[in-house]
Design a protein around this ligand. Structure first.
Ligand code: GLC
Length: 534
């Protein structure tokens, strides 16, 4: 094992709370039914009051929105639906005035089929230098009628599409998202320029989309189940790419968070070596069921895998790709798996909400940084979207069997009594809001001390103002079966009861916060958590 790397103290990202804004659904400033930068700017006071340290924006660049903006046509232009580059610059500066840093999203694995490079590649034809920026190949079969290999898609369906001149091109996601050829120096150069472009505009960090997929087996050999290495996941070449990115980020004091879905802890940690990415999303925590033993194991594994490389852990329960937390925790299967999503899963929202409240205190007390997805602080459930309104390609490409991800992307409710729950005044939002959306509105929750929003505000406030939270050591405390109890420094203790009966609360000087009321005997009810000061 490598020596433990000690980073300089006081790096904000080591224990930040980072709020994910999905701009299309956050707040609609111009009233056209789509969220925008004007909407975000108007709501900066809300984010400051909530107490977040940074905001990660999912892509706001010009895009045909085939995959919700993860099909980027030009990184240097903000999509007119969201605003302008000048407005993005204002937003970055204004957020900073509120003490909030900005993280933008870069999607290096692929571009939109409307990107100038891909259009030029189609035009230039087989054998051209333009095509070398992508993975164009002749097909197999007598007349090239079969795709060049058998690679499985990240979404349903094929990974290859044939163009009129007979060649095929690779796309791990939709046909509208052609994969770039990362063996080509121009691809590397362009992304380094794009990083500088945004760092120059004052962004404090970059989220790297599909970070483990960029490099491909040069032979594009067929995928064989169980044979390592996988031809396009976690190829060794990636580390060289991220080392050169890190050098650029270091010039600006900026940081990376990688979207790295890799169950293998040792392989995952390689991305977090001191000269590579600062952080990566902890998807093992996100997918973990609400189960005491499984959670404890995941927490231990997370800390153990991060320690040798000196990187802080991140704690994530939700994002724009997964079932919302209160819904997931209210189901028989409380884990998350893309492969098992179905329509009509029975859900007990009251139970899920109780657990999500407890999970919030658990998450915010763990060592490292925390990601919070817009609406999580409101306890929004996954919405049922009428079939004819679902836009997500994951649904469309599954032939309609996968519900897709739109249920977690519904425009936020701000004001209970305003049209469209205050999301935007004029037009019907781009995704329909469920009938009970006003009951989750920010204004309503702001005056209710028992609301999810009130819990998050208090928890984030305490996490920021009191000792013991964030980066640093944690120690498990003895506890009865099904109860997770751990100590941080300065006497801070977190106890979460995942058993089926009330649990004793350890001796303490002060009860800082509880996710729900204690029972008459001062015990911690099931699916409830507390923060204590011993
Ligand atoms: C990432 C994004 C997801 C997108 C995919 C393709 O997983 O989070 O929303 O569909 O990459 O870019």
């Amino acid at each position: 094992m490598a020596a433990v790397h000690s980073p300089p103290a006081g790096d904000w990202w080591r224990d930040a709370v980072i709020y994910q804004v999905y701009p299309r659904s956050f707040a609609d400033g111009d009233g056209d039914g789509t969220g925008d930068l004007a909407g975000v700017r108007a709501r900066l006071p809300y984010l400051a009051e909530l107490g977040v340290d940074a905001v990660w924006f999912t892509p706001w660049y010009v895009s045909p929105l085939v995959d919700g903006g993860y099909d980027v046509a030009d990184y240097r232009i903000v999509d007119p639906a969201f605003g302008t580059l000048a407005e993005a610059e204002k937003l970055i500066a204004e957020a900073r005035e509120f003490g909030i840093r900005t993280i933008v999203d870069i999607v290096p694995n692929h571009v939109s089929d409307q990107h100038a490079w891909f259009r030029a590649a189609l035009e230039a034809g087989p054998g051209s230098p333009e095509r070398e920026l992508f993975h164009f190949r002749p097909g197999r079969g007598e007349r090239g009628e079969l795709p060049p290999n058998n690679w499985p898609s990240q979404f349903s369906g094929r990974t290859w599409t044939r163009v009129p001149d007979g060649e095929w091109y690779l796309h791990l996601f939709t046909p509208e998202q052609p994969d770039l050829n990362w063996a080509h120096p121009a691809v590397r150069q362009e992304h380094e320029d794009v990083l500088r472009f945004w760092f120059e505009r004052g962004v404090a960090g970059v989220r790297i989309d599909s970070a483990a997929l960029l490099a491909k087996d040069p032979a594009l050999a067929d995928f064989e189940e169980g044979v390592d290495p996988h031809p396009y996941i976690d190829q060794d070449e990636l580390h060289d790419i991220y080392r050169s990115w890190r050098a650029i980020a270091d010039e600006y004091g900026a940081v990376f968070v990688g979207e790295v879905w890799l169950p293998d802890a040792e392989r995952f940690a390689r991305y977090l070596r001191p000269d590579e990415l600062h952080t990566a999303f902890n998807f093992n925590f996100l997918t973990c069921p609400w189960h005491p033993g499984r959670l404890r194991q995941t927490i231990d594994d997370t800390l153990a895998e991060h320690a040798p490389v000196g990187a802080p852990a991140t704690w994530v329960l939700c994002n724009h790709d997964v079932t919302r937390t209160v819904t997931r925790y209210g189901r028989a299967d409380t884990g998350f798996d893309f492969a098992t999503k179905t329509f009509g899963t029975p859900t007990d929202l009251a139970l899920g909400t109780r657990r999500a409240r407890a999970a919030a205190l658990l998450t915010l007390a763990l060592p490292g940084s925390v990601y919070l997805y817009q609406g999580e602080e409101l306890g929004l459930p996954e919405a049922d979207i009428p079939l004819d309104r679902i836009q997500d390609p994951m649904h469309v490409r599954s032939g309609g069997t996968d519900p897709g991800r739109d249920g977690c992307r519904v425009p936020l409710p701000w004001t209970a009594d305003a049209p469209h729950a205050g999301f935007g005044a004029l037009t019907e939002p781009w995704l329909p809001q469920p009938g009970d959306w006003p009951s989750y509105a920010v204004d309503r929750q702001s005056t209710d001390p028992g609301s999810m929003l009130a819990l998050y505000r208090r928890a984030l406030g305490l996490r920021r103002s009191s000792d013991g939270f964030g980066d640093g050591p944690m120690t498990w405390l003895p506890a009865t079966d099904g109860v997770l109890a751990f100590a941080r420094t300065h006497g801070l203790i977190c106890v979460v009861n995942l058993s089926d009966r009330p649990a004793a609360v350890p001796a303490h000087q002060e009860l800082l916060l509880a996710s729900g009321p204690l029972d008459d005997e001062g015990r911690l009810p099931r699916d409830t958590a507390v923060w204590l000061r011993a």
